[in-house]
Design a binder for this molecule. Structure first.
Ligand code: ARG
Ligand code: ZN
Length: 876
C-alpha cells in the first residue's frame, strides 16, 4: 500500500529509553528489547501500542516484568499490538525475538558478511531485529549488550561510548555500549566478529580527544590509511566551515564486503562498503581515492546533518541527504580543485538525475507519497537535493547561509524535523520570502529555460529574454514558475568583463540574476559594445538551458571566462551539436564531420599549460553515449549514437595527434605514487591523451605497452579499458585481461573492475561474454558489488551491448532481476531503474524493452521494491 505525507501524525506513545541484549548466534540470535514508554499527553487513553515488525516471530513478551496474557496482545510477522496499557504511568515492555542472521540475504537488519555480524537499519531494517516503533521521529538513548562466542567474535561493537565488557560463561564474553544521544532506530548498529584495526586520535576544537578506529579484514590495515586521513580532514573541516564538533569519545568505521549501498552513518559506528574504505596505489584508482574521501566525509557530516538533527518522516529524506551531499561536495571542492569538482558534479547530475527527472520515475526532491521508501534513495533526493541547498547558499550569500545553518543547528538539535523547518531558518536570517523558492522541493522535473539576447548599439542596451517551463511529470501536470538563480557575466570581444550601469526587469545581486516569472525581459544598460553572455555560471541552477550562441561566442567564453566551469560548459556546448549530428549522419550512413571551431577550441584547452591538467582532461572527455541519447530526446538508435561519437573521437584524435603525443610524454608523474589531486589530474590528462592516440593508431600496441608499464591502478585500468573496449578481439586485449585476472584473483574489489570493464565493452557480442563470465568461479551472485559490477554496469553503462537490436539484453536483465529479487529486493529494484529511459528508444528496441518489463510485471511473487519500480516504469 501507499504511504502519504498528509497522513503523518505523531505516535501515541513516547519512547523513553531502549535497552537491547543480543545473544549472537549465526542462525538463532536472541534479541531482548526492553523498551520504556509512556502515553503521549493528549492522546487517546485507550489506544493500543502498535509496533512494526518484518519477518519476525515473537518468542516472549513481558509487561513490567510480568508475562502478558495472550488476549492482551497480537503478534504477526509484520506487527505487534499490545492493548490495555497504563493510561499515564510509564511502563516497560520486554520483547524477545529469535532471528537468523545467516539467512538474511536482503542485507537489511542483522546479517552476516563472511564471518562478521553487521547491521543495516536505514530505512526500515530495525523492524527485522525486534518489534519497534520503527520511524525516524521516535528518538531515545540506547544501551546495547552484546553476548557472543569469544574466539569467533573478539570484537563486539555498537553505537555510543564503550561501557565495559567481561567474560560470560564458557567461551563467551559480553560488551556493553551506551549512546547518550537520543536517536531513531535507523541509526542503530551492531558489529561483531574478528577484524583488524587502524587507530588514531583527533583533538576537537574544544580540546576533547576522540579515539578513531577503522576496522577492516586482518591484513588489510595499511589500505585504511587514506580513509583515516580523510576522516581527520573531514572532522577538521566541519569544525572550521560549519562550527560542528564531534560529540562522543570514540568514532568507528567498519568496512564490510557485502553491503547494499555505499555506506551508512550509524551514530558513532559508520558501516561502509569496503570499496569506499580500502585503497592503495596497486588496487585503487584516483577515482576510488576521490570517492573514499567524499564518502568518508559524507557519513561523518551526517553526525550533525542527519543524526543530531534527523528527519520527522521519510518524506523529509532530502533534509539530511541533500544537505549532507552539499556539505561533502563543498568539502571535496575545498580539498581539491573547485571547478574540476563542479564539472564532475554536473556531469553526474546530468547523466543520472536529469534522466530520472525526465522519465517515468520522476519525483519531487521532497515527495508526498511512496510505496517503498527504499526506492527513494535517488539521485533526485541526493543530488538535486544538494543542488537545491546550493541554490539557497547562492540566494543568501555565504554569510547569511552560514547564519541560517547556525540557526538550524541551534534551534533543532535533538529534534526530528521537516524541510519547512529547515527553510524557515534561512527565511529568518535573511528576511527573504522563500515560498516560491520552495517549489524546488515540491515540483519534479528539470526546468527548461530559454534565453535569447539582442544588443542595441544606439541605446547601449543589451536585452535578455528569458522564459521558463517546468515539464509535466508523473502525478504533476500543471506547474508554477520557479525562482531560478542564474549566475551570469557579460564579456567584450576582447574578453574584458562588461559591467552594466543599471539593470531593469529582474533582480541582479552580484552576478546572480533572479528569474521568477514565466517570462522576463531583462535590460542591461550602459553596455558599450555587443556583449557575449555567459549564463548559468558554475551551474548555479540545475536546469536545461536553451540558448543559441554562435561558435565564436562560445569559443570566447571557453578562452576568457574566469569561471572555469563555464569554460568547460562552453566547450560542451560547442561539441554537442556535432555529436548529435554525427549520430543522425551515422544512422543515415552519411560520413560524419566535425566543426573546426569545436576541434580547435578543444585542442587549445587541452594544450593550454595555464590550465590545470585535471580541467584539461575533463575538457577532453566528450559527453557519453547516454548524454547524447538524452539530448537527442527520442527514437534513439544506440548503435548510431555510438558510431557517430566514435567518428568524432577519431576526427579529434587525428587533428590532435601531435598534441596528444606530447601530452602523453609530458604528463608523467615520476617518483612514488601520490593520490593528491594534482597528480591525479596529470594521470587523467595522460590517459585521456592515450585514449585519443589509440584512436588514431588504430592498433592495440601502444595501449598494451602502457598496460605493461603501468605501476598504479589508475594507469593499469585505463590501459585495460582501452584495450578491451576498442580492440576486444585482439591478442593484446586478451592477454591483458588474463593478466589482470591472474594478478588480482584474490582481491575482490579489483576483480569487480575486471568484471565491470568487460561488461561495458561496446557491441552486441558482450551479452555472450557476460553469460560466460557468470559461469566463472569468481562470479558471486550474493555479493552486491559483484552484481553491480557485472549486471549493473552492463545495464547502466553499455548502451550498444545492453540495447542490442534483438532485445536479448533486455530479456537477460529481466531474468536477472527476477532472480536477484528472490534474495535482495533492494538491489534488484536499483538495477532495474536502468530501464527508466526505455521510451526514448527507437520503436523496435522500445518494443523489446516493453516486453521484457512486462515479463517482470507478470511474474508472480515480486518484492514491493521491484513491483513499485516496474509499475512506474511501464505506466503511460
Ligand atoms: N544514509 C545512507 C547514506 O546516504 C544511505 C542509506 C541507504 N539506505 C537505503 N535503504 N537505500 O549515507
Ligand atoms: Zn547520506
Amino acid at each position: 500500500q501507499i504511504v502519504y505525507l498528509a497522513d503523518y501524525r505523531p505516535t501515541d506513545f513516547v519512547l523513553e529509553r531502549v535497552d537491547l541484549t543480543f545473544e549472537l548466534h549465526p542462525t538463532e540470535t536472541k534479541v531482548d528489547a526492553r523498551l520504556i514508554f509512556h502515553r503521549r499527553k493528549g492522546t487517546d487513553n485507550k489506544a493500543p501500542l502498535v509496533l512494526d515488525g518484518d519477518e519476525l516471530s515473537l518468542a516472549g513478551l513481558l509487561l513490567d516484568q510480568a508475562e502478558v496474557p495472550a488476549e492482551q496482545y497480537e503478534a504477526t510477522a509484520e506487527s505487534l499490538t499490545v492493548r490495555d496499557l497504563p493510561e499515564s504511568a510509564p511502563f516497560e515492555l520486554t520483547i524477545t525475538t529469535i532471528i537468523n542472521p545467516e539467512a538474511n540475504t536482503q542485507l537489511m537488519g542483522l546479517y552476516r558478511t563472511g564471518s562478521i555480524y553487521c547491521t543495516q537499519c536505514e530505512a526500515e531494517g530495525f523492524r527485522r531485529i525486534t518489534y519497534f516503533p520503527d520511524r525516524p521521529d521516535v528518538l531515545a538513548p540506547y544501551t546495547v549488550n552484546i553476548i557472543a562466542d569469544k574466539a569467533a567474535n573478539p570484537l563486539l561493537l555498537s553505537n555510543g561510548n564503550f561501557l565495559g565488557g567481561a567474560g560470560y560463561g564458557e567461551g563467551k564474553h559480553f560488551a556493553a555500549w551506551f549512546d547518550p544521544h537520543p536517536k531513531p532506530s535507523y541509526l542503530f548498529a551492531l558489529v561483531a566478529g574478528d577484524l583488524g584495526v587502524v587507530e588514531d586520535t583527533f583533538v576537537t576544537m574544544s580540546g576533547r580527544e576522540v579515539a578513531l578506529k577503522i576496522y577492516v579484514e586482518h591484513g588489510k590495515e595499511p589500505r585504511a590509511a587514506y580513509a583515516m586521513d580523510a576522516l581527520k580532514r573531514s572532522m577538521k573541516w566541519d569544525e572550521e566551515r560549519f562550527g560542528r564538533e564531534y560529540d562522543l569519545d570514540i568514532f568507528m568505521i567498519v568496512a564490510v564486503s557485502d553491503f547494499n549501498m555505499g555506506a551508512m552513518e550509524n551514530k558513532g559506528l559508520n558501516i561502509f562498503n569496503d570499496k569506499y574504505v580500502l585503497a592503495d596505489p596497486e588496487i585503487a584508482t584516483d577515482a576510488d581515492y576521490a570517492n573514499i574521501e567524499a564518502i568518508i566525509a559524507h557519513e561523518y557530516f551526517h553526525n550533525w546533518t542527519g543524526n543530531r538533527i534527523t528527519c520527522r518522516d521519510w518524506f523529509q529524506l532530502c533534509l539530511k541527504e541533500g544537505l549532507t551531499v552539499y556539505r561533502d561536495h563543498e568539502f571535496s571542492a575545498d580539498q581539491r580543485s573547485r571547478p574540476v569538482k563542479r564539472i564532475a558534479e554536473v556531469r553526474h547530475l546530468k547523466s543520472e538525475q536529469f534522466p530520472e527527472d525526465g522519465g517515468p520515475l520522476a519525483h519531487p526532491v521532497r515527495p508526498t507519497k511512496y510505496r517503498e521508501i527504499n526506492n527513494f534513495y535517488t539521485t533526485t533526493v541526493y543530488e538535486k537535493g544538494s543542488e537545491v541547498t546550493r541554490m539557497i547558499a547562492t540566494l543568501l550569500g555565504r554569510d547569511l547561509f552560514k547564519k541560517g545553518m547556525d540557526l538550524y543547528f541551534d534551534h533543532h538539535d535533538g529534534q526530528a524535523v521537516t524541510i519547512e523547518d529547515f527553510i524557515k531558518c534561512f527565511e529568518d536570517v535573511s528576511c527573504r520570502d522563500l515560498t516560491q523558492f520552495s517549489l524546488w522541493y515540491h515540483q519534479a522535473g528539470t526546468p527548461l529555460v530559454t534565453a535569447s539576447g539582442s544588443y542595441d548599439a544606439g541605446d547601449k542596451t543589451f536585452t535578455l529574454s528569458l522564459e521558463q517551463m517546468v515539464p509535466a511529470t508523473p502525478g504533476q501536470t500543471a506547474k508554477e514558475p520557479m525562482h531560478i538563480p542564474l549566475r551570469m557575466a557579460l564579456f567584450a570581444e576582447d574578453g574584458a568583463v562588461l559591467m552594466p550601469t543599471s539593470v531593469t526587469g529582474a533582480e541582479l545581486t552580484d552576478d546572480v540574476l533572479h528569474l521568477t516569472e514565466r517570462a522576463q525581459s531583462v535590460v542591461f544598460h550602459g553596455i558599450p559594445s555587443r556583449p557575449v553572455l555567459s549564463l548559468n555560471r558554475s551551474f548555479s541552477t540545475p536546469i536545461n538551458l536553451q540558448f543559441s550562441q554562435s561558435a565564436k561566442d562560445l569559443a570566447l567564453i571557453a578562452r576568457y571566462e574566469a569561471d572555469h566551469f563555464a569554460r568547460w560548459q562552453a566547450l560542451i556546448d560547442l561539441g554537442l551539436p556535432n555529436l548529435l549530428q554525427a549520430a543522425r549522419d551515422a544512422r543515415q550512413g552519411i560520413p560524419v564531420t566535425c566543426d573546426a571551431a569545436f576541434v580547435d577550441a578543444l585542442l587549445a584547452a587541452a594544450n593550454d599549460e595555464s590550465l590545470e591538467p585535471a580541467f584539461r582532461a575533463q575538457a577532453l572527455a566528450l559527453p557519453s553515449e547516454a548524454d547524447i541519447a538524452r539530448e537527442l530526446g527520442g527514437n534513439n538508435d544506440p548503435d548510431a549514437i555510438h558510431a557517430g561519437r566514435q567518428a568524432i573521437l577519431a576526427l579529434i584524435a587525428e587533428a590532435g595527434k601531435e598534441i596528444f603525443a606530447a601530452l602523453y610524454d609530458s604528463m608523467q608523474t615520476p617518483g612514488p605514487f601520490s593520490p593528491d589531486a594534482a597528480s591525479a589530474g596529470r594521470r587523467a590528462l595522460r590517459n585521456a591523451a592515450l585514449t585519443y592516440l589509440s584512436q588514431s593508431d588504430n592498433a592495440p600496441a601502444r595501449a598494451k605497452a602502457a598496460y605493461d608499464a603501468a605501476n598504479n591502478m589508475t594507469d593499469l585500468s585505463a590501459a585495460l579499458t582501452i584495450l578491451a573496449h576498442r580492440f576486444p578481439e585482439t591478442v593484446e586485449a586478451k592477454a591483458a585481461l588474463e593478466n589482470f585476472h591472474d594478478r588480482f584473483a584474490e582481491n575482490a574489489l579489483v576483480i569487480d573492475k575486471w568484471f565491470a570493464i568487460q561488461a561495458a565493452i561496446p557491441g552486441a557480442a558482450t551479452l555472450e561474454r557476460i553469460q560466460g563470465l557468470i559461469e566463472t568461479p569468481l562470479f558471486k551472485r550474493t555479493n552486491p558489488n559483484r552484481m553491480r559490477a557485472l549486471v549493473g554496469t552492463f545495464a547502466f553503462a553499455n548502451p550498444t551491448g545492453f540495447g542490442r537490436a534483438d532485445g536479448a539484453g533486455y530479456r537477460f536483465l529481466a531474468q536477472e532481476i527476477l532472480d536477484i529479487d528472490q534474495r535482495n529486493p533492494q538491489l534488484a529494484a536499483r538495477i532495474l531503474t536502468s530501464m527508466r529511459s526505455w521510451r526514448l528508444l527507437e520503436p523496435v528496441r522500445a518494443d523489446h524493452a516493453r516486453s521484457a518489463l512486462m515479463q517482470i510485471e507478470r511474474a508472480g511473487a515480486l518484492s514491493t521494491d521491484v513491483r513499485d519500480i516496474v509499475d512506474r516504469i511501464l505506466k503511460e
